[in-house]
Unconditional design. Structure first.
Length: 296
């Protein structure tokens, strides 16, 4: 038994599709389409209102003998939802809209009426100007005056907007200037505080040069002429704390007694006292026997 839902159909080898007779329908046949009402309307038979967007199963056909610059115009047939009376409307390519044709009247729409009235007034004015040159001159004068009034009003609006913008920016400008002044004051206060701290540090602490020891480290430097290097001693800076009475203490008074003695001895040029060598043999009680000479 073959499949019920098969995608591939069997075609015999001697199948010729040109032999199949074609069905010829009417030239302007109607098609059933699903659409929504393009505008709100009222049925002329029962007075039922049909709002825009109501869905219908409509019949569509091409209007014979009507087109707009080669664009076809289509007609749609629907039925009233209350009395089932037939309503027709067709497309309007000129105004990119739809127009009610039979069985219903389109609801009043002010914007459509305004357009119609404006178009009628424009046509009447053109016809009047063609027949009366003085009327055309008057109309041109009125138009020029209206344009000048519009330009003046536009200029006033621009000036008012600019003034409002300046007024709106004034608080921002004031706040910005205030912030800059505050920042300047903060920087000034910070700088003054740093200067006071530096002054206080200089009052409490002081840097004095410590004399280099004769046996201290030396720096060998060679002069630019290529001579032999010479030994130079550089003084060392020491940070000390001052007394409360703002009297700078002497460096030697800050050194211990032993260091002061050594520095005074070295400054006088006296050789340092040599420590006597201790006889380790006697301290440890070691006696070394002397070897006798061998007679030859």
């Amino acid at each position: 038994m073959s499949e019920r839902k098969v995608l591939n159909k069997y075609f015999p080898p001697d199948f010729d599709p040109s032999l199949i007779p074609r069905r010829r329908g009417p030239k302007n046949s109607q098609q059933v389409v699903r659409l929504m009402a393009p505008f709100s309307m009222r049925c002329n038979t029962c007075g039922e209102y049909i709002y825009k967007g109501k869905k219908f199963n409509a019949r569509k056909e091409t209007v014979d003998g009507e087109d707009y610059y080669g664009i076809k115009i289509f007609r749609f047939y629907i039925k009233c939802t209350l009395c089932s009376a037939e309503i027709t409307f067709k497309t309007d390519p000129k105004n990119t809209d739809y127009s009610a044709e039979h069985g219903a009247s389109r609801n009043f729409e002010p914007w459509r009426e305004e357009k119609v009235v404006e178009e009628e007034d424009r046509l009447a004015r053109l016809e009047e100007e063609e027949n009366n040159p003085m009327k055309a001159l008057e109309n041109r004068t009125v138009d020029a005056k209206r344009e000048m009034d519009i330009l003046d009003a536009l200029q006033d609006i621009r000036a008012r907007n600019a003034r409002n913008e300046r007024v709106g920016q004034a608080p921002d400008l004031v706040s910005r200037m205030t912030a800059e002044e505050e920042e300047t004051e903060e920087e000034r206060e910070r700088r003054l505080a740093e200067e006071e701290d530096e002054k206080l540090v200089r009052e409490v602490f002081s840097k004095v040069s410590m004399p280099a020891l004769p046996g201290g480290s030396s720096v060998a430097e060679a002069d630019s002429s290529g001579d032999s290097p010479t030994e130079t001693t550089s003084p060392q800076l020491v940070t000390i704390k001052r007394k409360a009475d703002d009297v700078e203490p002497d460096l030697r008074s800050l050194l211990p007694e032993s260091t002061r003695v050594v520095l005074s001895a070295k400054s006088l040029g006296a050789p340092p006292a040599k420590k006597p060598k201790s006889d380790l043999k006697n301290k440890l009680g070691i006696k070394i026997a002397k070897k006798g000479k061998v007679a030859v």
